[in-house]
Ligand binder design. Sequence first.
Ligand code: GP9
Ligand code: MN
Length: 696
Amino acid sequence: MNTALKKIRRGLNTKLGFFIFSVLLFAVKSYWAYKTKFNLGVKGGVQEFLLAFNTLPAAIILLGIALYFRGRLSYWLMSIINFLLSTWLFANILYYREFSDFITFNVIKGSGATSNNLGKSFLGIMRPSDFCVYLDVIVVILILLFHVLRVDMRYFKIRYAATITVIGFALFGVNLGMAEGNRSQLLTRTFDNNYIVKYLGLEAYTVYDGIKTTHNSAIKAQASKKDMAPVQRWIKKNYAGPNMQYYGKAKGKNIIIIHLESFQQFLIDYKVNGQEVTPNINKLYHSENTLSFDNFFHQVGQGKTADAEMMLENSLFGLPEGSAMVTDGTTNTFQSAPALLHQKLGYTTASFHGDVPSFWNRDNAYKSFGYDYFFSKEYYPTTKNGEIGYGMKDKIFLKDSVNYLDQLPQPFYAKLITVTNHYPYLLDKKNKTIDALKTGDDTVDPYVQTAHYLDQSVGELLNYLDKTGLRKNSVLVLYGDHYGISNNHQPAIAKLSGKKSVNNYDLAMFQKVPFMINMDGLQGGVNHTYGGEIDVLPTLEDLLGISSNKYIQFGQDLLSKQNKQIVPFRNGDWVTPKYTKYNGDYYYTKSGKQIKHLSKSQKVTVDRIQKWVTTDLGLSDKVMNGDLLRFYKLPGFKKVNKKEYSYNLKKALKKLKTDKKRKNSVRAQNGGKSTLDDYTTDAPELQNSTNRKFPK
Ligand code: GP9
Ligand code: MN
């Protein structure tokens, strides 16, 4: 035993030994912080392993810098680097406690949405255990000060130092490879800072964020006011004026947007073993008070949900790569639906989502959009077995959302983002009330079961809206954000559509998602106009009687007689009533017949459409990448000041209670009593569940 200790001591008396000791302490400390100070949602063995493993490469590379220096200096340098890294960890712990997210360079630069009162609020939320991140630094410094170990003054060859650096990078490579294997497109899609820290560690995240921010700000720095001229010309040329039959018909009503996760149009009226998959949504689809669109397409890219949100809130496209809400959501200037409705018509605006606020950078982007409230998971009670996949189960989420919906001053603009119908379509037995598909593709087959569950959840919400009378004062907008079954499942898609195989035309049509507007007294019916998510906002604006002809929005009112009916997909393909182009193939849209050889005049037409599509997408990208709206003064619109918004739980709850217009809320009109009792759900998790409390 004694000899073993001696050996260790002898090892620690060498520079390499001291280095390994410091790296290990640092790794253990970081792992402890990841586990106890953040909420990274680690699931499964691989993720657990990576969380521990990812602490090593950065420690080796960064603490290893000290190895290039001589004698005492290198020991002290190692401790200083450790101190700096620990301080960065410390700062992130505090920031995370307040914002459930990691610090970005945009926040540091002060241009971010969350830099207000940072210092002040940090002091108030520190906990003694936070200082444990300095424990290893203190241990190392004490060792050095009290000469517990000998300082190895021998020359450490640069060659050896370089080898250690290389080992650090190699380990990082292994880390990255395993992370991509577990979560593909981790860096290109950038869902969530939490994910990057979980998989690659805080240091790698910081470097990644730094590179991204520098690149991004370089493009923005080059942009100037004159870049807006072609955009303005294009928007003006393509403006489609309102349809007087509908103009202003929804004035003054609440707007309730129900985001149907991964919901495709083919589900409408679809049956499995004779049972309707989505009876409630079908009923709404066929209602005489619903404007339903049957040629409506999603237009998302990698940003998926985030792209759909970007289009709906701004009528701007997502980016060809990554997610615009992540890369530009924090810093860009927007003239979004929440801010417009608030300023023009006095709406209170809120988004609801039963997951962490950092996903898709919503916590920052929503401030830029001007959302008054963002009710994310922490606003809801916890329920035993109440979560699956991407967050709260829809039935529980929609029911509990009512607790806040009824407190919003009316008129309100509320967006409810469901999540249960999300790949890989997980659902527990108790909640499965329809047979799975039998395509033989395991990821596709349960899709109808989660869709059915989503439909039941929507049904319960509709009952509540009817019961409380809210339905009468509201416009309901339902839309599917994007495909649920991706093009990687072609044999299954063929089976679903009763075909032997599918071609590019079938795949193009498979991108249809529902879009419905329902309102008492609205002249409804199934509308065959070709359109997509980019067109939703201008359509709503006309229904609300807001003239949008000065707005920089790339969509067209779907009810307008001048609508062009060109639907661009994010990759540059498109659909029009006559022709469709998908993956390089051309088709007649109505018959689905392929056009193998374009005639001369057809060529002229498709070239013209392609040019329009490319210009449309390209100019939208210019607006996003160059942050061009900062140069555009929209008459009568006050630029959103992100600093005025906070989604901090306590602050938001207080704001709800003290809002000047709170007497207009449904709850106030109910004599101050919550309307939650008017909500009936058969969610098994909520039967006999006591002790579910909303945070106060
Ligand atoms: C996550 C949810 C899913 O918050 O909105 O996003 P998606 O994977 O569909 O883009
Ligand atoms: Mn989605």
